[in-house]
Design a protein around this ligand. Structure first.
Ligand SMILES: *Cc1c(COP(=O)(O)O)cnc(C)c1O
Length: 398
């Protein structure tokens, strides 16, 4: 298919279960939560509105291929990704539904776009010219920038682009879409201004006879809080992974977290003694203390500067993480868990016994929001997909 792209690492492992065993660290992804979130949202949308699930950044760290498989079995209409690697993962999972490529790929990747049967995005005459030169047939969505100051033609330019694209027999414009502004200066009232701009564009396009079949502008924020923006299709992403518990959307959906646990293991347990030399003058280190070493470090997504108050759960008890973090290792203070043994499971997010480290707690500690938390997930950590529909088949685990 393509020789330039690296296949996703799990394709080389017999199964993710054994990959997790070999590694001793894994992310547990809750298949039922993803199904639940999809059903919640689908249930609130008019039946005529299509859902293109945005699975960028490897499905928000949850595995674009696996999440695509789950959503396609629920009846999703298609997908949208920015990276070709995510499109490859979706096709490798055996999913044949339409995939829209957001701005991100270049025409040099035209043969991959063709072999994966992708729909590209075009935001300017120059992009259209270069893509047409590279592709046999160009299937595209035109993107319009309603005030995000990112990719997309300006509302003033976009109809000219639609007319130009429609004049070529080798170009099929399947849709027009926008992404609502998420700038630090964005105000709630900006949403209606942006919808207003979109409506003007669509009316103008209709008058010119170039209004594409699909108009789309609702990501998670729009789907949850602006039903008036549904148009023909929506492309939310973050809502499939869950939301902060504090959120109270206009559409009263109850979402669940797709990431159930970040698990690792004790790869060493040791009582510090004087033969090692003086105890380092670092807060948390004490003479004679019992320390544990975890098989996960900042290279695995934990913040390099371990936030104050960071904890792990081992033996059903919460313990302190000790600074500093290392590339593949973290230390914990095992003073309160003297029974801890080499190989014991340690939870950095999720439940163990009657203790829990919540998503909200971790996001707050890491100084980020829910998407920021999922954005820290690393592709080299094995993902275990669990839930009532789990079949443990090879296909399921891709
Ligand atoms: C990320 C993205 C989305 C989805 O946004 P969420 O907030 O995750 O729902 C939709 N459209 C575009 C163009 C995007 O880049």
């Amino acid at each position: 298919m393509t020789t330039l792209l690296m296949p996703s690492p799990e394709l080389h492992t017999p199964s993710l279960t054994s990959a997790a065993e070999k590694r001793g660290s894994w992310y547990e992804i809750d298949v039922d939560a993803i199904r639940h979130n999809y059903k919640q949202v689908r249930g609130h949308l008019p039946v005529s509105v299509k859902v293109f699930a945005c699975l960028k950044r490897n499905g928000y760290g949850c595995g674009a291929g696996a999440v695509a498989g789950i959503l396609s079995s629920e009846g999703v209409d298609g997908f949208a990704v920015a990276s070709l690697l995510d499109a490859v993962a979706i096709r490798d999972a055996g999913v044949r539904l339409p995939i829209l490529l957001y701005p991100g790929a270049l025409p040099v990747a035209a043969s991959t776009v063709e072999s994966l049967d992708l729909t590209i995005t075009v935001s300017s005459a120059e992009e259209l010219r270069q893509w047409r030169a590279a592709l046999k047939k160009t299937r595209a969505f035109v993107k319009v920038d309603l005030g995000f100051f990112r990719a997309g033609a300006t509302p003033q330019e976009v109809c000219r682009l639609l007319v130009m694209a429609n004049a070529h027999a080798d170009v099929k414009v399947e849709g027009i879409y926008a992404h609502m502004s998420e700038l630090p200066t964005t105000k709630p009232s900006d949403a209606s201004d942006q919808l207003g701009r979109m409506q003007v564009v669509l009316q103008h396009a209709r008058n010119l006879g170039v209004r594409p079949a699909v108009a789309m502008m609702s990501s998670t924020e729009g789907v949850l809080n602006h039903p008036e923006m549904d148009l023909d299709a929506v492309d939310p992403g973050a809502l499939f992974i869950g939301l902060p518990e504090s959120d109270k959307p206009v559409r009263p959906v109850k979402l669940r977290h797709a990431l159930k646990a970040i698990s690792t293991s004790l790869i060493a347990v040791k009582r510090i003694d004087a033969s090692m030399g003086p105890v380092p003058a670092i807060p948390g280190f004490e003479a004679g203390m019992l320390i544990g070493v975890l098989g996960m470090g900042w290279g695995d997504g934990y913040p390099r500067d371990i936030p104050k108050g960071s904890e792990a759960i081992v033996g059903g008890k919460r313990v302190r993480l000790l600074r500093p973090a290392h590339l593949e290792h973290l230390r914990i203070d095992l003073t309160e868990v003297p029974e801890a043994r080499f190989g014991d499971r340690v939870v950095l997010l999720g439940h163990q016994g009657n203790q829990v480290i919540t998503h909200d707690e971790l996001a707050r500690l890491w100084g980020t929001d829910m998407v920021g938390l999922y954005g820290q997930l690393r592709d080299h950590i094995p993902r275990l997909y669990t839930g009532s529909h789990q079949t443990n088949s090879r296909e399921d685990l891709k």
